[in-house]
Write a protein that binds this ligand. Sequence first.
Ligand code: GLN
Length: 491
Amino acid sequence: MSVFDLTIAGAARALRAREISAVELAAAYNAAVEALNPRLNAYITPTPELALEQARAADRRLAGGGATPLTGIPIAMKDLFCTEGVRTTAASKILGNFVPPYESTVSARLKAAGAVMLGKANLDEFAMGSSNLTSAFGPVESPWKRHGAEARLAPGGSSGGSAAAVAARIALAATGTDTGGSIRQPAAFTGIAGIKPTYGRCSRFGVVAFASSLDQPGPMARNVEDNALMLSVMSGFDEKDSTSADRAVPDFTQALHRSVKGLKIGVPAEYRLEGTNPEILALWEQGIAWLRAEGAEIRDISLPHTKYGLPAYYIIAPAEASSNLARYDGVRYGLRVEGEDLIDLYERTRAEGFGAEVKRRILIGTYVLSHGYYDAYYLKAQKIRSLILRDFTDAFMEVDAILTPTAPSAAFGLDETMTDPLTMYLNDVFTVPASLAGVPAMSVPAGLSAAGLPLGLQVIGRHFDEETVFTVAAALERAAQFSALPQVRAE
Ligand code: GLN
């Protein structure tokens, strides 16, 4: 067995038993990053020296007492979290040389728990995308291959660097952010687990904003237990984020051992979409059968406004993005391209600093917020959002959790680039409704496609009931026994 086979829980035990030191663990992971990152491009900025420094501090803490389950655990930080003194790019040219003078709350909490940061993980530019193809630092390659094929595959997005790093075992776990699916879809594509917590559970302070009413940080890790360990540390009230929830944070690991017996699990009719890969529908049936076998009660439910979720999301998210991204003007920080006057400076900076997808979103967002279109698009989308929330509220009167597939297909090829942005947007069809409603949702690896690629199942829960999500996810994980590993990985 190598150190790369260890989960967080396993590594924490080994660290505490002094079978391995945090410095040894960090050095092994640093070497693996150095060997595999040139190919995978999962990290924009590896931070090997910082990792060793933090590992030395972790060893002192492990020796002196006061260690937490994350002390000495090497993780990747999505490059959307501001990290004091470490370049934070949001995978955009416009922040290409931005070194934040402060730390995001979530990364600060992980740091305080003693986690070791291996580097800043690649993503779609400003977290806009489902493929990692929009990064200004080049795409991430998935460590997975189809059987007998060499085509390079997408790790999903936007947290694709985080997902590829965890799957290829060049990070033990990672942070992600999820606005419309960016934790869950890449987790599904790469055979790992990831949870988007309830909106407000993890602070957004210091996370580069995309769509503020939807953005939510969360963990990505090899299994459900490691997610629970990460989330217990990442969560909690933060007075620096006005939408952060003042709620007690349970020890999420306690939920893993509860039985699903007697739980009511909803299966929404509207998620049986035409065009969904039959393998995915079959896996969904399998998931239903697994939970039923464990004593859960399966109920057919309806989420009637599901089909409006995607169009509403692709109005609300760009609207908020167009407003959030107005701050990148070349004056205060980030890229500056000089111009003849102030307006010219703004225009040149933004024209050069933003990539095509980000510009598309700013244009759409500005359009739907403009006079004469506001009522027709933005206001309408907000009304739909209320209806979608009501769908979930009604459903949760009858059931304790909802089971769906995570994505409508397995990973697609990097070179089978989708030229049509709409096709790419369709990838989020199963993840976006939970984002609009703000409810927690988790993807668990549940099987392989005929071509040998991972497929995920999604568990959706009530607001602030991540515990039931973890209980159901853990039951699925036990039944699925997913143990496949990608072809490219640290050994
Ligand atoms: N793929 C979706 C988008 O492009 C979701 C991205 C995300 O969750 N950050 O907006």
